[in-house]
Design a protein around this ligand. Structure first.
Ligand SMILES: *[C@@H]1O[C@H](CO)[C@@H](O)[C@H](O)[C@H]1NC(C)=O
Ligand SMILES: *[C@@H]1O[C@H](CO)[C@@H](O)[C@H](O)[C@H]1NC(C)=O
Ligand SMILES: *[C@@H]1O[C@H](CO)[C@@H](O)[C@H](O)[C@H]1NC(C)=O
Ligand SMILES: *[C@@H]1O[C@H](CO)[C@@H](O)[C@H](O)[C@H]1NC(C)=O
Ligand SMILES: *[C@@H]1O[C@H](CO)[C@@H](O)[C@H](O)[C@H]1NC(C)=O
Ligand SMILES: *[C@@H]1O[C@H](CO)[C@@H](O)[C@H](O)[C@H]1NC(C)=O
Ligand SMILES: *[C@@H]1O[C@H](CO)[C@@H](O)[C@H](O)[C@H]1NC(C)=O
Ligand SMILES: *[C@@H]1O[C@H](CO)[C@@H](O)[C@H](O)[C@H]1NC(C)=O
Ligand SMILES: *[C@@H]1O[C@H](CO)[C@@H](O)[C@H](O)[C@H]1NC(C)=O
Length: 595
């Protein structure tokens, strides 16, 4: 048994951890040579609040006044923040590893391609965020939902379903009670499973605050993750006997909020249940929602807003707890979600998993030491694989030796310095999305081929442009000029063949074809993230580094190169990540042979 040693120097403590192949971890701390350093308490703390399935595009933030008061107004909103995979388990795996889904390979919400067993089997439970923190002098706590497939029958009972490693303590929701709003079931570390009669968000709030107090007493800098399920739909695993009553398949509010927003309906944006669609894949075949489905959509929407009210109160309770302990000025409080949501946009029944703005664009805001107050950042494009390196940077923990697919967000001066500016987000998906808000008898086989690669890419100031590009596994394509078409209702790909439509980038007008050629090169450049390629993808196509933006790439000098590149194409629709089915990665410009 050969130990792998990791060494970390933190303040005056020298920690040596041996991680053995059988996963037993031994830590030996010895006093290091006397070195005058600042005490550990100078390190900032973190409270990370993660809601579930919360949209940005359907205005959910407008219904959370306490979140606005305590975090947005006291901190910075990152207005161009994206999920890289719009599905809870893949997105959460990316969040806590800093790796894109094709690298975690946690691609689904259930086994065999996703959920907790895949996370463990891929070795991620041995090498992820809480481990990096606790190896560097932090305590780390987590309560709420982590991954699907953590089940009362097996969680922590064998190696395949190991307990979550790295956390000083973790008290997590377990199936079949994870998404049960009024009878949640949880397990704290090795203690027995316990089922509660408390409203889930209030329970998670009280446990989060208990952890903040425990962390404070422990006297080390800390991270507390608080992950309520709201506004996710109430659900339960197929075929599982859920007692005492089969729950209602809607988001459920606390009783004190169930009267709120009686007349509110899904915002009637241009993409809501449209008369015409030019979408690709299975979306183009969807019929319009009928009156009954529209009623369901509006009820679903109201229920989500009602369920978010207890999350809003959770935010206030967290801030008050930190204030009571006089920790507020040294604590980053972050608020975000795992993925966005749609209800009837593009005619799609309530759910997530699509590449549309509704599903990938998400809230992200933060307050804390050195964070500008009341600011909206629209000048940077950020995403969930940036989060782990961002938090480590704020904690003053080196990013090496980890191979992150993201770059630290410019939250503070240190983050500004470490941030690599980029315009794009690479988005990917394999297999079937989940439409929990659809009628129970919906034919799921229609949605199975939801495998795609997509891009969101946008520029600022003089370089203004805003594009969305989707390549479906069945060969369909969608391209939206979101400066003119923010709701993605006018796919430019059909117009491309007419040679008529144009797109403006950096004040210059280009044919749709020329832009699409570049975007296709870019979507392929982010298929692999080796050597930082997902942060600086243009440099894999232009290895001498003279192209770093879409405007640079539009140079007519590169027209023939991009025209000649084989377009992104799937061999066929696989329900899991199969790199070989995605074709060869394009050759860089410098080694391209014009003949
Ligand atoms: C990813 O997982 C799938 C099964 O879900 C497997 O077939 C594939 O080989 C894995 N790919 C990589 C690169 O690990
Ligand atoms: C659950 O609810 C009961 C009754 O309101 C309350 O006394 C208890 O403190 C709650 N438990 C937790 C862990 O919040
Ligand atoms: C909701 O609509 C009903 C019927 O149109 C109306 O009577 C009621 O005042 C409205 N409620 C609110 C809070 O706007
Ligand atoms: C959609 O179609 C309906 C029924 O034909 C019509 O009443 C409505 O005006 C149309 N909406 C738009 C935005 O064209
Ligand atoms: C935070 O506030 C406490 C007490 O209110 C004070 O002692 C401490 O110096 C402050 N820390 C920072 C980093 O401002
Ligand atoms: C930030 O954006 C939100 C939502 O669009 C808006 O309500 C708020 O006023 C903006 N704040 C600033 C400082 O621009
Ligand atoms: C080209 O654009 C013009 C003006 O917008 C439009 O009238 C014409 O129908 C378009 N031609 C094609 C082939 O789409
Ligand atoms: C970029 O570099 C390549 C290779 O050195 C060169 O051929 C090309 O002219 C340069 N293009 C621009 C726009 O700088
Ligand atoms: C899904 O894709 C597979 C393989 O590409 C194809 O055989 C199948 O017919 C497609 N299913 C649907 C419902 O489109």
């Amino acid at each position: 048994m050969k130990p792998l040693a990791t060494f970390s120097l933190f303040a005056t403590i020298f920690t040596v951890s041996f991680v053995y192949a059988d996963n037993v971890q031994l830590s030996v701390s010895v006093a290091a040579l006397a070195a005058p350093t600042s005490p550990q308490t100078d390190k900032p703390n973190f409270v990370f609040i993660l809601s579930d399935d919360q949209d940005y595009e359907m205005d959910s933030l407008d219904y959370m006044p306490l979140l606005k008061k305590y975090i947005a107004d006291e901190g910075t909103r990152f207005e161009r923040h994206y999920a890289t995979t719009a599905q809870c388990c893949p997105s959460r795996a990316s969040l806590w590893t800093g790796k894109t889904t094709h690298n975690t390979n946690v691609t689904d919400v259930t086994p065999p391609h996703g959920a907790w067993v895949k996370f463990v089997a891929r070795g991620l439970n041995e090498d992820y965020f809480p481990i990096w923190l606790t190896n560097n002098g932090y305590n780390a706590y987590y309560t709420g939902k982590f991954q699907n497939g953590q089940d009362r029958s097996n969680y922590g009972k064998d190696r395949a379903h190991a307990l979550m490693k790295g956390w000083t303590s973790a008290d997590v929701l377990l199936e079949p009670y994870t998404y049960n709003y009024n009878q949640p079931g949880m397990k704290r570390d090795k203690a027995d499973f316990h089922q509660y009669n408390n409203y889930t968000t209030d329970l998670i709030s009280s446990k989060g605050i208990k952890y903040i107090n425990e962390a404070h007493e422990a006297g080390k800098p800390f991270f507390v993750g608080i992950a309520p399920i709201a506004p996710h739909v109430q659900t339960w695993p197929a075929g599982r006997n859920v007692t005492p009553t089969p729950p209602e398949r809607l988001p459920i509010s606390a009783p004190r909020h169930s009267h709120m927003f009686p007349n509110v309906t899904v915002p009637p944006t241009k993409n809501f249940n449209p008369n015409k669609t030019s979408a690709g894949g299975w979306v183009q075949k969807l019929p319009k929602l009928d009156t009954c489905e529209l009623d369901r959509a509006n009820k679903f929407y109201r229920r989500r807003l009602q369920a978010l009210q207890a999350v809003d109160e959770l935010v206030e309770a967290v801030i008050q707890a930190l204030d009571d302990l006089e920790l507020l000025n040294n604590t980053y409080v972050i608020y975000t979600t795992d993925n966005g949501y749609h209800i009837g946009q593009h005619r799609i029944p309530a759910g997530k998993g699509c590449a549309y703005e509704t599903d990938v664009h998400i809230p992200f805001m933060v307050r804390g030491p050195g964070v500008d107050k009341g600011v909206n950042r629209t000048d940077v494009v950020t995403n969930h694989v940036d989060v782990a390196p961002t938090l480590l940077t704020l904690a003053g923990i080196p990013l090496s030796p980890h191979d992150f697919d993201g770059t630290p967000m410019p939250i503070t001066k240190a983050g500004e310095a470490a941030h690599v500016a980029h315009e794009h987000v690479g988005i990917e998906f394999w297999g079937e999305p989940v439409f929990e808000g659809a009628a129970e008898d919906i034919d799921h086989s229609k949605f199975k081929n939801n495998t795609y690669k997509a891009l969101r890419i946008m520029g600022n100031g003089e370089n203004t442009f805003n594009l969305g590009y989707i390549v479906w596994c069945n060969g369909d394509h969608e391209l939206y000029d979101m400066t003119l078409d923010p709701y993605q209702t006018d796919n430019l790909m059909p117009a491309m063949s007419s040679g008529n439509a144009t797109i403006t980038i950096g004040g210059e007008s280009y044919s749709v074809k020329k832009v699409r050629d570049r975007l296709d090169g870019l979507v392929q450049a982010v298929r692999k993230c080796d050597n930082g390629a997902c942060v600086k993808p243009w440099s894999t196509l232009h290895t001498n580094g003279n192209v770093s933006t879409l405007a640079d790439a539009m140079n007519t000098e590169f027209d023939d190169y991009y025209d000649s590149l084989a377009k992104m194409k799937y061999e066929r629709c696989y329900p899991y990540y199969n790199a070989a089915a995605e074709g060869p990665v394009p050759k860089p410009f410098n080694s391209w042979d014009e003949s």
